[in-house]
Ligand binder design. Structure first.
Ligand SMILES: O=C(O)CCC(=O)C(=O)O
Length: 391
């Protein structure tokens, strides 16, 4: 009898627990729906492209051509797409997420031990919330900047004190930076490889040789920048921050961005009709978007697309990991003659920054330096004062 009563009590408790969970899920879904309804276009508008045929040496020409076609449609319509079956191990992504979460949960004092101001001309390391600007306004995010690891002090770019080249400042978690270093370098390697593969499909989508970008723009040393961002929960809801963003509207500077995001969401993409749509997290995919240099090369045929971020969660921070695969520092980016393509006129007036991507003269390095200097004005000022070869 006693056992029976205990059993009945347990059943009742379990039922109450299940109802509570159901209510919570319903509540969460309602909130989610309200959020989506505020966005004018559907949630799943951006295409998801299976890129396995580009990675697999056994795939045939038709299969590769089919991927190129999908890339073409995505670049013409959106400037954004997801990639799946990309070959980057899930375990590596999870390790990166876990270590990053642990890094950002440390005290400001600990994180500032590798502040960007200590990274010298390489401009690598940690920056706290509010230190990076977009269109002159502080972003609601903190982050870590990395680039290609150059240990050799005789590397020509390091010897000539060219900014954005050199060694990284690797973060540590519980005083151990070795594991994090290995994970970051492995991840960067894997994504650079994936990026070059996607660019081979993108070359094909423009009826160019598949190694066109490798040969002419990346060469032996593409400019690779990697960032880890943490968008604190509720930042944009705090008093005084109502008009701020995690990252304000912008386009990316280079060729191809490959983004890993956690499951919080908040990335928004501007359509050609000027509407904002969401790029929600999709498990084991990367979000890719084209940058200003591809816009410039294709004379606007593939446009760089504005995007922005707001972490709408009031309780959970958002992590994201953009990797920028850009032309060689010394490459001069010129329009590519494209077979059968009529290009559009300059769109500077409609652009978020009113700046033309088509008229500047110089190398990609010149372009990038000007842009990064605007994002970190204090650091740029410091470097100009310090460096004998400053720009
Ligand atoms: O955090 C994100 O989702 C996007 C970051 C971004 O837009 C950028 O770094 O250019």
């Amino acid at each position: 009898m006693l056992l029976h009563l205990i059993y009945k009590k347990r059943v009742k408790e379990n039922r109450a627990f299940a109802l509570d969970i159901k209510e919570r899920v319903k509540d969460k879904l309602c909130k989610h729906v309200t959020k989506i309804q505020r966005m004018p276009t559907e949630l799943s508008s951006l295409p998801v492209i299976d890129v396995s045929a580009l990675l697999n040496s056994n795939s045939n020409d038709n299969e590769q051509q089919e991927v190129a076609l999908q890339i073409h449609q995505a670049c013409r319509q959106w400037g954004f797409f997801y990639v799946q079956n990309h070959g980057v191990p899930l375990e590596l992504q999870e390790k990166l997420l876990d270590l990053s979460r642990r890094f950002f949960s440390q005290s400001e004092e600990t994180k500032m031990q590798i502040s960007m101001s200590k990274g010298g001309r390489a401009w690598r390391g940690y920056f706290p919330v509010g230190n990076e600007l977009t269109s002159g306004k502080p972003d609601g995010k903190e982050g870590l900047y990395f680039g290609t690891e150059i240990e050799d002090v005789n590397h020509p770019k390091v010897r000539d004190r060219i900014p954005l080249h050199g060694r990284n400042q690797f973060p540590s978690v519980n005083d151990d930076s070795i594991e994090f270093r290995q994970v970051i370098l492995s991840y960067m390697n894997a994504i650079e490889h994936l990026g070059r593969v996607i660019m081979s499909g993108l070359a094909r989508s423009l009826k160019l040789d598949t190694n066109f970008f490798d040969k002419n723009y990346f060469r032996d040393e593409p400019t690779c920048l990697f960032r880890i961002f943490n968008y604190p929960a509720a930042f944009c809801q705090q008093k005084g921050n109502e008009n701020l963003w995690g990252v304000g509207e912008h386009t990316d500077y280079g060729m191809l961005t490959i983004l890993l995001q956690d499951d919080i969401g908040g990335l928004q993409v501007k359509t050609s009709q000027g509407e904002w749509i969401q790029a929600p997290p999709i498990s084991n995919t990367f979000v890719c978007n084209i940058g200003d240099m591809l816009d410039r090369m294709t004379a606007g045929y593939y446009r760089s697309t504005p995007h922005r971020v707001k972490n709408l969660s009031t309780t959970v921070d958002r992590l994201s990991f953009p990797f920028f695969l850009d032309p060689h520092w010394d490459a001069e980016v010129l329009p590519i003659p494209l077979d059968g393509v009529t290009t559009t006129s300059d769109d500077a007036e409609q652009r978020w920054d009113k700046a033309s991507v088509h008229t500047f003269q110089g190398t990609y390095g010149d372009y990038l330096l000007k842009k990064v200097s605007k994002v970190f004005p204090d650091l740029a000022q410091e470097q100009i004062v310090i460096g004998p070869n400053s720009y």
